[in-house]
Write a protein that binds this ligand. Structure first.
Ligand code: CA
Length: 224
């Protein structure tokens, strides 16, 4: 049985979520403020966290950032206000896995929860193939048409991050944090330079990238 932590301060919504998810067979715990949310998420093992943004104590963004810095990898599904595009982007940048906009339908929410839980339960891959490229995570190697290609440690970490989070937009900030570490002084420009180098090693035509796509104003997405 999967355990879900619901972080929501509006009693009506919290109760509705609690009932609905219990009916679906999940084990549920509800907390109503950011400070308690952060503490409970660290001390108990949840399979998923449903996180509201506007909360007393600490807001959902702060909770999300704190949990990721702490090293927690539990999937986080954010509940964002309708029409606030910036909230969604910020949430994903801070390490949330997905979001639903309020008011949400229970069907949509259930589907998102299922998808996240399924993804989280997939075993970590040891090898990953796309096009003529094969990445061996155990050996830290990249092969192209069977021949080894040298990657710098940063390039390897970037590629691993892209593969792990394939299909999702990753901001430059997220890439910096993931490949360089949280306290880096590296700039967005450096990310772009490393991605240009990485493209030369994995793309059939680096000038027309097929796998590592740039999304204007948002970041990069790996479609391999
Ligand atoms: Ca709220």
């Amino acid at each position: 049985m999967s355990r879900i932590l619901i972080v929501e301060d509006e009693p009506g919504i919290a109760l509705g979520l609690e009932d609905d998810l219990r009916m679906e067979g999940y084990e549920v715990e509800v907390v109503a403020d950011g400070v308690t949310a952060s503490r409970r998420a660290k001390e108990a093992a949840f399979d998923l966290i449903l996180l509201d943004i506007m909360l007393p104590g600490k807001d959902g963004f702060e909770v999300c950032r704190e949990l990721r810095r702490f090293g927690l990898r539990t999937p986080i599904l954010m509940l964002t206000a309708k029409a606030l595009e910036a909230e969604k982007v910020l949430g994903l940048e801070l390490g949330a896995d997905d979001y639903v906009t309020k008011p949400f339908g229970t069907r949509e929410l259930r589907a998102r929860i299922k998808a996240l839980l399924r993804r989280a339960s997939e075993p970590e891959v040891e090898r990953y193939r796309f096009g003529d490229v094969e990445v061996d995570f155990h050996r830290g190697e990249l092969l192209r048409n069977g021949a080894p290609v040298e990657l710098t440690p940063i390039e390897f970490r970037l590629l691993a991050l892209f593969i792990h989070l394939r299909g999702r937009v990753l901001s430059r900030e997220r890439l910096l944090e993931g490949a360089w570490g949280p306290d880096t002084y590296a700039s967005d420009r450096i990310v772009d330079n490393h991605i240009a180098n990485l493209r030369k090693k994995i793309e059939p035509d680096p000038a027309q990238p097929r796998y590592l796509r740039n999304l204007r104003g948002l970041g990069y997405r790996f479609d391999g």
